[in-house]
Structures are given as C-alpha cells and as structure tokens.
Design a protein around this ligand. Sequence first.
Ligand SMILES: Nc1ncnc2c1ncn2[C@@H]1O[C@H](COP(=O)(O)OP(=O)(O)OP(=O)(O)O)[C@@H](O)[C@H]1O
Ligand SMILES: O=C(O)c1ccc[n+]([C@@H]2O[C@H](COP(=O)([O-])O)[C@@H](O)[C@H]2O)c1
Length: 200
Amino acid sequence: MKVGLFFGSFNPIHTGHLVIAEYILEFSDLSEIWFVVSPQNPLKSPEDLEKDEHRLNMARLAVHENNKRLKVCDIEMSMPRPSYTIDTLKKLGELYPGNEFALIIGSDTLQTLPQWKSYKELVSNYDFLVYPRECNAYKQDFPTERFSLVDAPIIGISSTHIRSIIAKGKDVLGYVPDDVWDYIERHGLYGYKGIKISNL
Ligand SMILES: Nc1ncnc2c1ncn2[C@@H]1O[C@H](COP(=O)(O)OP(=O)(O)OP(=O)(O)O)[C@@H](O)[C@H]1O
Ligand SMILES: O=C(O)c1ccc[n+]([C@@H]2O[C@H](COP(=O)([O-])O)[C@@H](O)[C@H]2O)c1
C-alpha cells in the first residue's frame, strides 16, 4: 500500500490541512494519508506550541469519521526530540515493511528542505508530493526526479493566523472543524477567553 505522510506540528490542525489531504487522496495513487503529529520541529521554536497531547487529540477529532483513508500517526511522540523526519521514515519502514511511504509537503518547505537532517538521503530515497502554498511551486526547484507537483487549490489558512484570531477573541469561522473548535474552547487553548461580544 502506498501511504502519503503529512508531517506537521498541527498547532492546531485546520481545514487547509484536511482539504489538501482529501484532494491528494482523490487525485493521486495514494491509498491512505497519515497525519504525523510532530512534538518538535527541529527548525521551529517551541514557543506557542500547545502540549503534544492536545495537538494529537485535535488531529484525531479532525479526521474522526471524516474519511477512513485519513489517519493520525503518533509515532514521533515516543521518539527522541526534536523530530527528525528521516528517523521517523526509517522507523515506519521497519514497522510497516509492506508499505511504500511518500512525503506530502507545501511548496514553502522546498526552501528549508536542504537544512533537514540527511537531506540527500531523503530526496533520493522517497517520493515527494508538493502542493502550491501561497507562492507558486516551480518544477525547476525540485532537487530530484522523485518530486511531483500536485495541482491542488491554494488555501490561505495557517495555524499561525488561527492562533492570533483566537488570542484576539475573534471567531475562527470555518477554519477548524467544529469538534476541534469545541476542544479549543473547552481546554482554553491558545489564550482562548471567549469570543468578544462585539464580534457576535
Ligand atoms: N493552508 C494550507 N494549505 C496547504 N498546506 C498547508 C496549509 N497549512 C499548512 N500546510 C502544510 O501542512 C504541513 C504542516 O503544517 P503546519 O502544522 O506547519 O501548519 P501551518 O498552518 O503551516 O502552521 P504554522 O502557521 O504554525 O507554521 C506543512 O507541510 C504545511 O506546508
Ligand atoms: O528532519 C528534519 O531535519 C526536519 C526539519 C524541519 C522540519 N521537519 C519536520 O517537518 C514537519 C513540518 O513541521 P511544521 O512545524 O512546519 O508543521 C515536522 O514534522 C517537522 O518535524 C523535519
């Protein structure tokens, strides 16, 4: 089975992640997509990062009964930190020898990819599905022939924007699934103190 891995902090998971995953499932040869929730991106500061448990729970709520071919993978929770993708891929390869794994990345990630651990090994040994994000993705930027462009729509939603909306007491509209929003409210995540009356 060919599985697409969508690695991320998912702080929080949002509609953009889900739409892209659904789109790729529909228009690629992947059988499933797994959202791999990372405890700590090696290139990002842990500032503003909600607890692993919360980010994992929200990812599970988001994919719950949504589409049986979308799954959440918690493998990095029990691995050394920060979360190096090459190490996770090797571990997944040992655990699921019958699966072929491909990576799903946004075009923004192409710029930082050369800084990733074992970059050359990564781009030589795995397929990458790249979708456009905010900016165009140009095929000449692809480091190897294992990269292919996904003609997915551009969705202008980011976790950073959602966190700032919540902290300002504004409504996140449809940017996160309802169950995820309920979870954020219930646990007071991202500085949530209720939506200001002026917005209602
Ligand atoms: N709106 C979106 N459209 C397409 N891909 C997205 C979108 N938002 C995030 N992604 C991709 O999902 C993966 C994981 O995303 P991540 O958890 O970093 O979300 P994010 O919204 O970029 O978060 P942050 O704003 O905190 O950096 C990354 O590969 C990122 O490029
Ligand atoms: O392996 C690396 O060196 C590496 C460097 C930067 C990012 N990553 C992974 O890329 C994913 C994207 O993270 P994020 O925070 O942008 O959602 C996440 O799983 C990180 O662990 C991995």
